[in-house]
Design a protein around this ligand. Structure first.
Ligand SMILES: Cc1cc2nc3c(=O)[nH]c(=O)nc-3n(C[C@H](O)[C@H](O)[C@H](O)COP(=O)(O)OP(=O)(O)OC[C@H]3O[C@@H](n4cnc5c(N)ncnc54)[C@H](O)[C@@H]3O)c2cc1C
Length: 251
């Protein structure tokens, strides 16, 4: 059986959502995960739904009135664009700059990154501390943390089309990270943000996805995974040290 049974390129959100609701459908954004997955699981066969013609590639300042600023990042905005757009919060720009090899940053999107929720994603951690909300076509928005905890999302059974991620834009942020080398993907990272609403802290490398934690007790209840890059104890230790460093940097 061929690995790709059909290729769809919808030009409206309704058409895309209808296509995604069908059996064996997979949204294709930057493709950095999907293309490899489709090749690997040849026996299954999927119909890919390419999202590139839906006009979801803009960044907008949606601040209204004098309150906390907010921004809307279209689902198809590339990480390379986030890294260079001066309107984006500086810690999100830094996270995007540090994520993935540069060639893949030009492909990978905000929607794909949120949907994937990779354990190592600095971008997801930075979105979490900016109060990220995930917006879908045809259903209510949910907080990114809640979306990542959803069993349907984790099990790959979620057929909702992400159209945008909105974030708070104010405050100041910092990243503290430890990898095998400075250029390597961090084993554990802490992303802190201070704003008028208070302190927020998120960690990568200590759960199945990046998670937001209590800044006053960042490692309480953590049960980090272990692999060749670090034991659970080492990761818990890194989480404590890096949380303190990131919080100090925004204090
Ligand atoms: C060499 C390499 C290195 C990597 N390094 C990192 C890393 O350092 N950090 C990291 O976090 N990740 C890493 N990844 C994983 C991956 O590249 C990222 O998670 C990437 O940001 C995914 O974005 P994408 O747009 O390419 O998603 P895609 O591959 O297109 O899609 C990813 C998933 O999201 C779904 N999806 C995409 N867009 C939408 C949407 N709008 N609505 C609903 N579902 C959607 C897809 O169906 C798929 O299940 C790496 C991958 C490779 C190949």
């Amino acid at each position: 059986m061929p690995s790709v049974l059909a290729y769809h390129r919808p030009t409206s959100l309704d058409e895309a959502a209808t296509l995604l609701a069908g059996p064996r459908r997979r949204a294709l954004a930057g493709g950095t995960v999907v293309v490899a997955d489709v090749r690997k699981n040849r026996a299954e066969g999927v119909e890919v739904v390419d999202l590139q013609d839906l006009g979801l590639d803009t960044i907008e300042d949606t601040t209204q009135g004098a309150g906390q600023g907010r921004m809307r990042l279209g689902a198809m905005v590339r990480l390379a664009d986030v890294a260079t757009d001066a309107r984006c919060p500086s810690v999100l720009r830094e996270a995007a700059r540090r994520e993935l090899p540069s060639a893949l940053r030009n492909q990978a999107t905000i929607g794909g990154t949120a949907a994937q929720g990779d354990i190592t994603s600095l971008v997801v951690a930075a979105l979490l501390v900016h109060d990220a909300q995930v917006h879908f076509h045809g259903s209510a928005a949910v907080a990114l943390g809640e979306y990542l905890r959803d069993e349907h999302v984790r099990g790959g059974r979620d057929h909702r089309l992400i159209v945008a991620v909105t974030i708070e834009s104010g405050g100041s942020g910092a990243i503290a990270a430890t990898g095998r080398t400075p250029a390597d993907v961090p084993i554990v990272a802490a992303v802190a943000r201070s704003s008028a609403a208070g302190l927020r802290l998120a960690l990568t490398g200590v759960a199945s996805t990046p998670i937001e934690v209590d800044p006053s007790a960042p490692v309480v209840g953590l049960n980090p995974p272990a692999d060749f890059r670090g034991s659970a104890e080492f990761r818990a230790h890194l989480a404590a040290v890096l949380s303190a460093r990131a919080l100090l940097a925004v204090a």
